[in-house]
Write a protein that binds this ligand. Structure first.
Ligand SMILES: [Zn+2]
Length: 430
């Protein structure tokens, strides 16, 4: 289980969002408002009472452990005499098919007493109304991976503070790999649950034989292989959401921000935790990006727009570059906020189908295909991908409003982008 901090009444960190999510799913309804107040306290005590825990209202190791199935969305259960998938499904409120999906290689007609089964619980794993953190992603990875074993999670690198950089792969169409990434920029973290929820919805549709935006999910699964990196910059995201708010890395970031008093802290933070903008780190005219940003005053570590001392010095960008080189991606989507626009071109480079796909994604989402503004035209992931491969790479700027966009914007953004994410899986198969 992911290590979560001990919580007491009065806490208001993103871990409280997870606590309230778990309590609600376990039957102790409480609003997910991120504030550990009296209602949350009585829900914690109620939960502790039903689980035989000390009713101290403090959420430490044992209480988190008992709550963890309600975060990860599954329980482990040993087969007892007389158990069938139908009986277990009725007992846990789930479906026999969900149990079958979660336990490949086990014959439901020949269950052996004592065999450990993964039992999916009757709610989606991905919470969409929380402030995000590395812990939240690790929990989703565990839960989605357990419920849908055909989704393969792995670590593709480490952030500055040592968080695992997680990516997931899904699909059997190895000849057509595509790549979706989100949260290069810290205060654009609303894009992380967009990709995690999409992954879960896709896995669920594959398992249940459903459709994605009117396309048969199993057909998408057979034709493409998707890699998703939903949280490229976990340290920066934790700074913005408040999951990181003390310690040496926090102090250093605060000192960097103090040099730029015009940028709100932490809400204006886009960079990694050392003040390097991870989407100005790719070797695509990096020197030109450096000239532009230096002229704007970003000549040293900053909350945004500092290109670093050289390309690929930020471990988060280097890891995405290495991940890309290890694959053969035919198309990439990079999720950012905001503006409801789609950038599809790099300089005068226009890979085959790029223009048509930008127009298609524009029609699906209601966003406008646009040329990248000159000031942000260099050293981004999309720029590097297009230059390197001459294949379609897109930056999608979701939503409207001042960053960081809050969870109340999630529903609309997900709705606008669901069709793009589903369609892009196979859109450029010729
Ligand atoms: Zn961005």
């Amino acid at each position: 289980m992911e290590k979560l901090p001990t919580l007491r009444a009065g806490d208001a960190s993103p871990a409280t969002d997870l606590l309230q999510t778990a309590l609600s799913r376990s039957g102790f309804r409480t609003a997910v408002d991120g504030i550990f107040g009296s209602k949350t306290l009585s829900a914690v005590r109620g939960f502790q009472a039903t689980r035989g825990l000390v009713q101290d209202g403090v959420v430490g190791y044992n209480t988190w452990k008992s709550l963890s199935p309600y975060l990860a969305g599954f329980m482990l259960r040993e087969v007892a005499p007389g158990d069938t998938y139908y009986k277990l499904a009725a007992e846990y409120g789930t479906k026999p098919r969900a149990i079958e999906t979660a336990n490949p290689g086990i014959d439901p007609e020949r269950l052996t007493v004592g065999t450990e089964l993964v039992i999916p619980l009757p709610f989606d794993v991905t919470p969409v109304n929380i402030r995000w953190s590395a812990a939240a992603l690790a929990i989703c990875a565990e839960g989605i991976g357990a419920r849908y074993p055909f989704v393969a999670w792995r670590t593709y690198g480490r952030s500055v503070t040592g968080h695992e950089l997680l990516c997931a792969e899904i699909g059997a169409g190895y000849g057509h790999e595509v790549f979706y990434n989100a949260s290069h920029h810290a205060n654009e973290w609303i894009t992380t649950p967009v990709l995690v929820k999409f992954l879960e919805d896709y896995a669920k549709a594959v398992s249940a034989g459903g459709e994605m935006y009117g396309i048969d999910a199993q057909s998408l699964f057979g034709k493409s292989r998707l890699t998703v990196a939903p949280l490229v910059n976990p340290d920066g995201v934790e700074l913005v959401t408040g999951a990181l708010r003390s310690g040496a890395y926090y102090d250093k970031a605060r000192a960097i921000a103090a040099e730029f008093p015009g940028i709100p802290f932490p809400d204006g933070w886009k960079a990694n935790i050392e003040g390097v903008d991870p989407n100005l780190q790719y070797p695509a005219n990096w020197n030109r990006a450096r000239e532009i940003k230096f002229a704007q005053g970003f000549t040293k570590p900053a909350p945004r727009d500092f290109v670093g001392d050289a390309p690929l010095t930020a471990p988060e960008s280097r890891a995405v570059r290495d991940l890309t080189l290890a694959h053969d991606f035919k198309l990439t989507l990079s999720y950012h906020t905001q503006g409801e626009v789609i950038y599809w071109k790099y300089l005068d480079m226009e890979p085959p189908l790029s223009r048509e796909l930008a127009e298609l994604f524009g029609r699906i989402s209601g966003y406008t295909p646009e040329l990248t503004p000159p000031d942000s035209s260099f050293a981004g992931y999309k720029d590097w991908f297009i230059e390197m491969y001459d294949r379609p790479g897109f930056t999608i700027e979701c939503g409207l409003g001042a960053p960081p966009l809050q969870p109340d914007k999630f529903g609309k953004i997900y709705l606008e982008n669901f069709g793009v994410l589903a369609t892009a899986l196979t859109a450029n198969i010729l």
